[in-house]
Ligand binder design. Structure first.
Ligand SMILES: [Zn+2]
Length: 291
């Protein structure tokens, strides 16, 4: 059984761990995200005394993912200034002579769902994380869809309801994009209350479900996936899924090109990996490169 290393790189913390082919976490450590040199030194120290066959990294972006590029693994224009132009791949490769694969964090989480969770066996699946930000991973025709860079459909523009026009969303770039409207900070910006404090019967959840439902319609029309998987902190409100399914059908307006798109209970589903999906996704990346 292959033992692999996984790194889940986030803006506040890096979770590093050792796992197996079943995605089981055999060991893990949390490292605060500070400067690249300090953070990566701790990561290298952690892995130096471990045995593993490959490293999978799921990290915040934007990041260069073109394997033919000299810049593969370089973090691009992140607001985390110290990390701009930092190449994670090169640093790891200098210390570990093993296969290393880098992916955007949401794509890594999607690969975890494809390997062990809600997207097993699918050719076309789209994963949204709705939390501090909104990100999406795209798996189309059995591969990640990257384009010239990974997409950022968490920033898709959404028609805003009349009742929301005075204030609008929180995105500094677009105001009323999906992230600006339904991320945790977006909800707080618009309603002055944190998601976990909003009661289930509040109309705020219908508002949030409306916008996520529209995003699911846009996603379906653009990519025609077999399934849309919704994860992230906001989706911990389990009752929200049913509302999203209803708003999706409503916004789709009967435009069902194929049966699977209107079989909502199987089409829009919750993420299944709750025990650190980012780290499990990183293990899935490492396992995949060994195949
Ligand atoms: Zn935006």
């Amino acid at each position: 059984m292959a033992i692999v290393a996984g790194i889940e790189g986030g803006g506040t913390k890096f979770i590093c761990g050792i796992g197996n082919e079943k995605g089981e976490i055999l060991d893990s450590i949390r490292i605060e995200t500070t400067s690249p040199t300090e953070t990566m030194d701790k990561i290298i120290n952690y892995f130096q005394c471990k045995n593993f066959e490959a490293i999978g990294v799921g990290v915040f972006g934007p990041i260069e993912l073109d394997r033919d590029s000299e810049e593969y693994g370089t973090i691009l224009s992140t607001p985390k200034i110290q990390w701009q132009q930092y190449n994670i791949y090169k640093t790891l490769k200098e210390h570990f002579n093993r296969p290393i694969v880098i992916e955007h964090d949401v794509n890594a989480a999607l690969l975890g769902e494809l390997t062990w969770g809600a997207a097993q066996g699918l050719r076309n699946a789209i994963y949204y994380t709705v939390g501090t930000g909104v990100g999406a991973g795209l798996w189309l025709n059995n591969q990640f869809h990257h384009g010239e860079l990974h997409g950022e459909i968490g920033h898709m523009l959404i028609p805003v309801l009349e009742e929301d026009t005075p204030k609008g969303g929180s995105c500094p770039f677009h105001k009323n994009c999906l992230e600006g409207l339904v991320s945790g900070p977006g909800i707080y910006h618009r309603f002055g209350i944190k998601g976990e404090d909003i009661p289930q019967e509040s109309p705020i959840w219908d508002n949030v479900a409306h916008y996520i439902g529209i995003a699911c319609v846009n996603t379906t029309l653009a990519y025609a996936p077999q399934r849309i998987i919704l994860g992230g902190g906001v989706m911990n409100q389990e009752f929200l899924l049913k509302k999203i399914q209803e708003h999706y059908l409503d916004a789709l307006g009967g435009y069902g090109q194929k049966k699977i798109f209107i079989d909502v209970e199987n089409f829009i589903v919750p993420a299944q990996l709750h025990n650190d999906p980012g780290l499990m996704g990183a293990f899935a990346l490492a396992n995949k490169i060994l195949l």
